[in-house]
Design a protein around this ligand. Structure first.
Ligand code: 5GP
Length: 121
């Protein structure tokens, strides 16, 4: 399946719909999730058209990989998450429960987050 240029994160990147931006560099864009699952819930996306983590880590250039990693570190600092910690999640496909088909990392924190996956799920 090819990349859907109409997905919501592509539209945010093009400035077609608003978001609460946290940080941006050449390769990555970071904003608050519209339905936060924790006191802090940021979404980190590459600016390139990658559908999921597999595509990104397989196909991204060294510059894209570095810019994305730098954005993650910067946002951990900006949001004050280093001391007490945080959780990073990426969902891929049907079993991952991915809703938006543009690769993204969820960065959650601000309270203890409990078990990673509910035992019965
Ligand atoms: P996924 O399930 O694909 O890993 O996560 C998609 C995330 O995008 C969800 O947490 C959802 O709340 C968030 N989201 C969906 N639409 C929007 C939007 O229009 N703006 C923002 N900021 N977040 C969105």
């Amino acid at each position: 399946m090819s990349y859907d240029e109409g997905n919501i994160f592509a539209r945010i990147l093009r400035g077609e719909i608003p978001c609460k931006k946290i940080f941006e560099n050449e390769e990555a864009f970071v904003f608050h999730d519209i339905r936060p699952q924790a006191p802090i819930h940021a979404i980190i996306i590459p600016k390139g058209a990658y559908q999921n983590a597999y595509e990104f880590y397989k196909e991204a250039t060294p510059q894209e990989l570095q810019g994305f990693a730098e954005a993650i570190v910067k946002v951990i600092d900006l949001l004050g998450l280093k001391e007490y910690g945080y959780r990073m999640i990426t969902n891929h496909g049907l079993h991952g429960g991915q809703e938006v088909p543009h690769f993204h990392v969820h960065l959650l924190g601000g309270r203890p987050l409990g078990r990673m996956v509910a035992a019965s799920d």
